[in-house]
Design a protein around this ligand. Structure first.
Ligand code: NAD
Length: 422
């Protein structure tokens, strides 16, 4: 039996934080609290399709913790979305926001749907009806969704507009911050669209600084060429990296001399996937994991780096752009083989960082420049990396454990002062 499926994703997420909790002898009361999401909202809502028929969809919003601020986390539209997946993703958000020091808690939501199967009108109706069903369970000072897999700025614009329309007239302008990741025209921040990929690149640059490695000597393989993977790859190539292999739901392509990722960016937007891209060899899914690369950047789904794949991987560094891309067994094999891992809650935190900047801009009715956003993003990412490296060196633990410890220490300090109600 492969390691995927041995435990649920949420169980794996809980085990990750419990392992770090063991290292710092965390107060058992806080362990207990953080093991469970605070609220689990499940909605079933009907939508009339283009042919006049009706379909009932299931949507989720899991609010894991709001001890540090309003619940915060993406909305995922994918056929695999289920309660267990969103539970795990919501918990990871709590630790991510605590780690990078933005004043938010953790949440995640989604709808079990393949957006590719529906027209734009149908998707608009799904988004509006889902938002309506969530109602006052979200709000700019309560729970703030953002894009994730299968959703984008257009989705967030529809959520914001629906939420504004179900708010009392006097509040309609002040509720723009109910979601982040909106289009710039609708109150989004410049730099938000590419922020997660850019944050992944800042993670790689920090690692290069730590290890005295030249960025432009690295060859990279990327799984996923959506929002996160594509912006990361294009910006990494701009800075001299060689992107040798890219895989997505349509296939895997390899060019050992380096793929033209700017052309690939346009190709994927036109064709919907990397398959068929000229000037590259078509390869099998498994070839992505055995490619002759220095760095592997998973930027698609969970549970991709299994023990089997970890055994044959040539990369010596994994930067987790996706959430939960490495199974616990895969991680053990990577550690045995000396492959370093920059964990998801650190590597992909650029998205929530710039979401925080967008929320601040909405609250103060300001629009920052790209340079200001980027400067603050880099500072926030590198400070978080510094904190993780410090704890790793202090305790001699893995980067993942260190990242959780930074987050747990921040959370427990607040619990210590606030105490447990009543
Ligand atoms: P996206 O929907 O824009 O892109 C997803 C990519 O995954 C696509 O290229 C798709 O082809 C690929 N994919 C889907 N199924 C696949 C399969 N079976 N095999 C290989 N590739 C497959 O999503 P995104 O926003 O880029 O999110 C990617 C990951 O990054 C997710 O784990 C998400 O939670 C995480 N993340 C996203 C953000 C953000 O700001 N969007 C922030 C933090 C973390």
């Amino acid at each position: 039996m492969s390691d995927v499926g041995q435990r649920s994703l949420h169980q794996a997420a809980v085990e990750q934080f419990q392992r770090a909790a063991d290292l710092i002898d965390l107060d058992p009361r806080y362990r207990e609290i953080l093991t469970y999401p605070k609220n689990e909202i499940i909605v079933n809502f009907p939508v009339t399709l283009d042919d006049g028929s009706l379909q009932v969809f299931t949507g989720y919003r899991i609010q894991h913790s709001n001890i540090l601020g309003p619940y915060k986390g993406g909305l995922r539209f994918n056929p695999n979305v289920d309660l267990d997946e969103v539970r795990a993703l919501a918990a990871w958000m709590t630790f991510k926001t605590a780690l990078v020091g933005v004043p938010f808690g953790g949440a995640k939501g989604g709808v079990t749907i393949d957006p590719g199967d529906y027209s734009e009108r149908e998707m608009r109706a799904v988004v509006r009806r889902f938002t309506h069903a969530l109602g006052s369970n979200i709000g700019p000072d309560h729970d703030i969704p953002a894009p994730d897999m299968g959703t984008n700025a257009q989705t967030m614009d529809w959520v914001m507009d629906t939420y504004a329309n179900i708010s009392p007239p006097g509040f309609r302008q002040s509720v723009k911050g109910v979601v982040t990741g909106k289009s710039v025209e609708c109150g989004g921040s410049v730099g938000r669209e590419e922020a997660t990929g850019r944050g992944v690149l800042y993670s790689l640059r920090h690692w290069c600084g730590e290890t005295e490695t030249r960025l432009d000597e690295l060859s990279i393989g990327v799984q996923g060429f959506g929002n996160v993977g594509s912006f990361f790859a294009v910006q990494a190539a701009e800075q001299g990296c060689t992107i040798k292999a890219v895989g997505d739901h349509t296939g895997t392509i390899i060019n050992n001399d380096g793929l033209d990722v700017v052309k690939l960016f346009d190709w994927v937007r036109e064709k919907g996937g990397v398959a068929g891209f000229p000037s590259a060899d078509t390869a099998d899914t498994e070839d992505l994991f055995t490619a002759d690369i220095d760095v592997f950047v998973p930027a698609a789904l969970e549970n991709q780096i299994t023990a089997e794949r970890a055994k044959v991987m040539k990369a010596h560094l994994v930067i987790e752009a996706a959430n939960g891309p490495t199974t616990p067994e895969g991680e053990l094999v990577l550690a045995e083989r000396g492959v370093q891992v920059v964990p998801d809650i650190l590597a992909n935190a650029g998205g929530v960082a710039v979401s925080y900047f967008e929320w601040l801009q909405n609250k103060s009715a300001q629009a920052w420049s790209y340079e200001e956003v980027d400067e603050r993003l880099r500072e926030l990412m590198w400070q978080a990396h510094d904190r993780v490296v410090q704890v790793r060196d202090e305790l001699g633990c893995s980067r993942r454990d260190a990242a959780y410890i930074v987050a747990l220490r921040r959370i427990t300090k607040v619990y210590d002062r606030r105490d447990i109600f009543p």
